[in-house]
Write a protein that binds this ligand. Structure first.
Ligand code: ATP
Ligand code: MG
Ligand code: ZN
Length: 512
């Protein structure tokens, strides 16, 4: 036989698709060609494959070798075709004599000495393999754990090419890699931080609880050292537990982005991402010539924290708006379009002014009113429109810090959050939304009705506090969440009152 067909997989956005590696060896001038829209990184395969064969004591035929990666109309990239191409050469040249069943697939980078190397994006490719009836996948041992979280596909992780050939020839079999998902969740679903670590700051914790309960984006304003970063880091700990489906989705993105923890093959806790303020728009939402997910997608199903919000590039903040609204990022290229999910709770922090101490009782602010206005003006209006809750974080007091009182744990807060989330799920089951933060204007009118009396109070609060019109809908949504936390069907005056408190930036002379 001089023709071989080997199954492999490739990535398109966050999903895999089947690629058939067709290889033909014929007489003629020695050559090695790869066709089927390979990019330069795939073409480099040739050199690795040749060296790996030689160094593993196999023969690379000195003939005319042609590889076609089908379907030929999709652009292929990366080193993951090394292994299927090598196996195809070995089969076409009868160095592997046993037939390779149709339900087997291969993927992985091969190094010059014949060892197999870790590749990115394995999880989505295995999910695709399963959907296409593939029963066995051979890949680098370093990827085996991650691959084995998909049930229904046998995973064989190998360290070297030789090991794979011996297995296929029936000489020495490779042990199958398996994973107990429940055990993974038991072992790794704990967070390393807890709200019990945060002393005092009751009003801030309450605001965070409200934000998480209704999935409202939140902005924390406070002087340096007041604990904004510490609090933000703990937000994932009170979000409802990750479901297996959510875990798979987030792991797919981490797998593609190469940020998956090598010891934990499945993302079992909600991600927390805190990109530096120098990040570009592409870094935040994804893109590039070979599109990659951005930070907002790596944070999918978790928290995206923008520390020191005014320091971010304005255009980077502006591009965030659409993905925040849609829960996904769409990227179009001539050859294809990609969609990356980006369902996050956005938390942001900022100082109240350039020097950091405007409004702080213990430090004097050295900024002029114009400087303060300028500082606040740096945050993008469109992005601010996506943030329902603003909360001032006061400096922590000495008596709070030194107190030995036990603070409430994340588990306790999370219970209340989960209850409020259930109420919302039930209420919106026919609306296609899940949380109060997603309410449209027409849904607001339906689900956040106020009595004429409360309406009147809200109106006069608007006048006396000088609230802007855009605050109105956000106050209603947040009041709905506060009522849900209390298990109340109707929004009361106290719910509205608390929600108004969470519009700091619409008050004072900040007025952005
Ligand atoms: N309420 C608190 N309870 C316990 N420790 C606290 C509290 N607030 C602050 N700290 C301590 O102070 C440190 C600084 O807090 P953190 O870095 O979160 O402040 P920040 O508001 O983010 O400051 P910056 O504006 O400088 O970024 C924390 O690491 C923590 O050790
Ligand atoms: Mg900080
Ligand atoms: Zn200042």
């Amino acid at each position: 036989m001089s023709l071989a067909k080997i199954n492999s997989m490739a990535l398109n956005g966050i999903d895999g698709y089947i690629v058939t590696v067709e290889l033909d060896i014929s007489n003629g001038l020695p050559s090695f060609d790869i066709v089927g829209l390979p990019d330069p990184s795939v073409k480099e395969s040739k050199e690795r494959v040749k060296a790996a064969l030689k160094n593993s004591n196999y023969i690379c035929p000195v003939k005319r070798i042609t590889v076609n990666l089908a379907p030929a109309d999709k652009k292929k990239e990366g080193p993951s075709f090394d292994l299927p191409i090598t196996v195809a050469i070995l089969q076409a040249s009868e160095q592997i004599k046993e037939p390779i069943p149709d339900d087997c697939a291969f993927l992985g980078e091969v190094s010059l000495d014949g060892k197999l190397r870790h590749i990115n994006g394995v999880l989505p490719m295995i999910i695709c393999a399963k959907e296409n009836g593939i029963k066995k996948v051979f890949l680098p041992l370093d990827n085996a754990k991650e691959a084995s979280v998909v049930d229904g596909v046998e995973i064989y992780g190998a360290e070297s090419l030789v090991q794979i050939v011996k297995h296929l020839s029936g000489e020495e079999s490779i042990e199958q890699t398996t994973t107990d998902i429940d055990e993974l969740f038991r072992q790794f679903s704990e967070y390393k931080v807890d709200f019990a670590d945060v002393k005092g700051q009751q009003s801030v914790k309450r605001a965070i609880e409200v934000a998480v309960a209704g999935n409202h984006n939140i902005l924390m304003i406070g002087s340096p050292g007041s604990g904004k970063s510490m609090i933000a880091q703990r937000i994932p700990t009170i979000l409802p537990s990750l479901t297996f489906e959510e875990a798979l989705e987030t792991t797919k993105i981490h797998s593609i982005s190469g940020v998956l923890d090598s010891k934990v093959p499945l993302v079992t806790t909600r991600p927390f991402r805190s990109p530096h303020h120098t990040i570009s728009a592409i870094g935040l939402i994804g893109g590039g010539t070979n599109p990659r997910p951005g930070e907002i997608s790596i944070a999918h199903n978790g928290v995206l924290f923008l520390d020191e919000l005014p320091e971010f590039q304005r255009n980077a903040l502006e591009v965030l708006r659409q993905p925040l609204e849609d829960g996904e990022v769409s990227i179009s290229r001539i050859s294809a379009s990609y969609t990356y999910p980006s369902n996050v709770l956005l938390a942001a922090s900022m100082n109240p002014c350039k020097c950091g101490y405007y409004g702080d009782p213990n430090h004097e602010c050295t900024c002029s009113p114009i400087q303060i206005q300028k500082y606040m003006g740096k945050i993008s209006g469109p992005l601010l429109d996506r943030i329902d809750i603003h909360i001032e974080v006061p400096s922590v007091t000495y008596s709070d810090i030194s107190s030995t009182k036990t603070e409430e744990s994340s588990t306790e807060i999370k219970k209340r959050v989960e209850k409020a989330r259930m109420v919302q799920l039930e209420r919106y089951k026919d609306e296609g939304i899940y949380t109060n933060s997603q309410l449209s204007s027409s849904q607001l009118r339906k689900y956040c009705k106020l009595t004429p009396e409360i309406n009147e109070i809200l109106r006069s609060a608007f006048d006396s506090l000088g609230l802007s019109a855009r605050a109105h809908d956000r106050i209603l949504k947040v009041a709905r969440t506060i009522a849900d936390l209390e298990g109340e069907a109707e929004i009361s005056i106290s719910h509205i009152g608390e929600a108004i408190q969470y519009r700091s930036l619409d008050r004072k002379y900040w007025g952005v």
